[in-house]
Design a protein around this ligand. Structure first.
Ligand SMILES: NC(=O)c1ccc[n+]([C@@H]2O[C@H](COP(=O)([O-])OP(=O)(O)OC[C@H]3O[C@@H](n4cnc5c(N)ncnc54)[C@H](O)[C@@H]3O)[C@@H](O)[C@H]2O)c1
Length: 271
């Protein structure tokens, strides 16, 4: 739970996509924004988990919206503005990661990945940016990207390509919207223990992570670990930051760790 609330979003209206999972990054960020005083709206396509979110956050405006559908996105943004009077913050978070080797990947999985992870971010950014420009008081858009912006890997080439597109889209939006006072930045999570990585395919990987995540910060992230960076970028403390990204990866990209047996041999040699 994100309890150390050091931001104040009183009077602000925030919209977060992909908020249904109770252990997801989107729910954690919506929780954090609400705890810091924002009026929050969220969407997802998982009705059961959305109903559970409504119990946890009864004041949140929650709707089933498919981020791939322009009409649904436009209607939701209009409804949020009608309900709360304005929108100040957008967190683009909803994404899918159907893990497959590139030789097995079918066109439907490619399309689902790019339609959700890239087109969905574009549709929400466009609808909210138009509203923010009309409101005339700027705003902040945070795209949940990934360390995959910087590297690819086995069975996720399509997912990583979609996140690389999000990295570029973040910069392009920042350039186009900066003069309107709308800042656009990204959070780049490393491995986070959420439903997106909890399918059967990755079960073995997760248990090996539990034993040794291989990170300078010696644990896999939880959704809550992304809240601080997201709220910072949404806040006035980041007033001069746009087109930037914050890596939140437990130090994974800072450098690799030596294997335990090599370290043990080193310690013996140093005695
Ligand atoms: N978990 C990780 O290791 C990790 C690492 C780097 C980046 N990320 C990114 O973090 C973000 C959140 O992922 P998460 O790890 O919390 O996973 P998650 O699966 O818990 O969250 C994704 C949410 O998006 C929703 N969603 C999927 N398709 C949708 C659609 N068409 N319309 C509306 N909602 C839709 C899902 O129902 C789900 O609730 C994603 O952008 C993901 O790429 C995750």
């Amino acid at each position: 739970m994100f309890e150390d609330v050091t931001f104040n979003f009183a009077g602000k209206v925030a919209l977060v996509t992909g908020v249904a999972s109770p252990i997801g990054i989107g729910r954690a960020i919506m929780r954090g924004l609400a705890a810091a005083g924002a009026a929050v709206a969220g969407c997802d396509i998982d009705d059961d988990l959305l109903a559970e979110a409504a119990v946890e956050l009864p004041d949140a405006f929650l709707r089933n919206v498919d981020v791939r559908d322009r009409a649904q996105v436009a209607a939701f943004v209009r409804d949020v503005a009608a309900r709360f009077g304005r929108v100040d913050i957008l967190v683009n978070n909803a994404a899918v990661a159907p893990f497959r080797a590139i030789v097995d990947l079918d066109e439907a999985d490619w399309d689902a990945t790019f339609d959700t992870n890239v087109k969905g971010y574009f549709l929400f950014a466009q609808a909210v940016a138009r509203l923010m420009i009309d409101q005339g008081q700027g705003g902040s858009i945070v795209n949940i990207s990934s360390v995959s912006v910087h590297e690819s890997g086995q069975h996720k080439a399509h997912y990583c390509a979609s996140k690389a597109a999000v990295g570029s889209l973040t910069k392009g939006l920042a350039v186009e919207l900066g003069r309107s006072g709308v800042r656009v930045n990204a959070v780049e999570p490393g491995a986070v223990d959420t439903l997106i990585v909890k399918d059967d395919y990755l079960a073995g990987l997760l248990s090996s992570w539990d034993e040794d995540p291989g990170l300078p910060i010696n644990r896999i992230a939880r959704g809550e670990d992304m809240v601080g960076a997201a709220l910072f970028l949404c806040s006035d403390a980041a007033a001069y930051i746009t087109g930037a990204s914050i890596l939140v990866d437990g130090g994974g990209f800072a450098g690799g760790l030596l294997p335990d047996d090599v370290l043990r041999a080193y310690e013996v040699a140093m005695k």
